[in-house]
Design a protein around this ligand. Structure first.
Ligand SMILES: C[S@@+](CC[C@H](N)C(=O)[O-])C[C@H]1O[C@@H](n2cnc3c(N)ncnc32)[C@H](O)[C@@H]1O
Length: 300
């Protein structure tokens, strides 16, 4: 098993929250005549290990590599099984699993994990290596949504997901979406003086599908009065991470015609609010509300 080094306890919490809903979803839809898809746009390698669990061997422990650098020893108890492998374990099974990651080594590691433990599901699994936006918009275009239902999990490291992708998902009228919104990455693009970083700001524009946020992120305050009684205006950042969470939820609502669960799960390392896990559903029918009720209960 090749585990990626990222995350921490919040990673486990995020994955358990999504996992709780998957088998209820397949059970509920099993008797309806839809093809059920599990779509993981940023599926990773199949598992991860918190960076804090990567310990260097002690110099006198007899475990250092005499020929070169000591390799960190992974504490196997701390390996976190990733979203794709959790979905493959869910009963009843989905009809198809579309697993994607942009990184070649992750796709290879995920393929090896599937060969080892899920070869019985191989016919149902499609592994791809595209940009998540490309993969999802293509899926939205190609699928007959009258005959298909899907759970889509979007779990990026940062500002990779474009708003146009969320709009395409909303328009299917048929997908449930779990989206780990990178709210801290949005906030970090604003300097303390309220200025917006050039490249990062453009990524926020794309993630939110608007530039309007730029109009409110800075404020001017009166500075200290100098010897001559004059004061120079001082520009300051006027928003926080929570503000970006509110804006991101409003934008998700706009893409899904209001169908976004109010409860949001804030997640991050060491008490830092880095991400907000949100749930949106595209199907306007009353029967589709079951998933949102469940999502709202597990996000509470
Ligand atoms: C937080 S990890 C996902 C972890 C995975 N869901 C799990 O449970 O183990 C984010 C993943 O997104 C992938 N990634 C980054 N940018 C991407 C993009 N533009 N398109 C698709 N995948 C991307 C990274 O290679 C990384 O594996």
């Amino acid at each position: 098993m090749v585990a990626q080094a990222f995350g921490d306890e919040h990673t486990r919490q995020k994955l358990e929250t999504v996992e709780k809903c998957l088998s209820v979803y397949t059970t509920a839809l099993k008797r309806q005549n839809f093809e059920l898809l599990y779509v993981d746009a940023c599926a990773g390698s199949g598992s991860s290990i918190p960076k804090s669990a990567l310990a260097e061997p002690q110099a006198d422990s007899g475990q250092t590599n005499l020929l070169g650098d000591p390799k960190p020893v992974i504490d196997a108890d701390q390996i976190i099984v990733g979203s794709a492998l959790r979905a493959l374990k869910v009963q009843p099974h989905f009809d198809r699993y579309l697993l994607n990651d942009v990184k070649k080594s992750n796709v290879a590691a995920l393929r090896a994990a599937i060969d080892a433990d899920f070869s019985h599901l191989k016919d149902r699994i499609q592994l791809t290596r595209f940009d998540a936006n490309e993969m999802l918009t293509d899926l939205c275009k190609r699928t007959n949504w009258k005959a298909t239902r899907a759970v889509v999990f979007i779990d990026p490291f940062g500002l990779q997901i474009k708003y146009s992708t969320l709009e395409a998902l909303g328009k299917t009228g048929a997908v449930d979406v779990w989206y780990l919104v990178p709210v801290f990455a949005m906030y970090r693009q604003i300097r303390q003086d309220g200025g917006v970083l050039e490249d990062g700001g453009r990524s926020v524009d794309e993630a939110l599908g608007t530039e309007e946020w730029r109009n409110v992120v800075a404020t001017e305050e009166k500075g200290q009065i100098d010897l001559w009684g004059n004061s120079q205006a001082v520009s300051k950042r006027a928003v926080d991470v929570k503000w970006f969470e509110t804006v991101a939820k409003e934008r998700l609502k706009a893409a899904f015609d209001g169908r976004v669960v109010d409860q949001v799960l804030p997640l991050g390392r060491s008490g830092l609010h880095e991400f907000s896990l949100m749930f949106a559903w595209a199907n306007p029918s009353d029967r589709a509300r079951l998933a949102s009720k469940l999502a709202s209960a597990v996000l509470r």
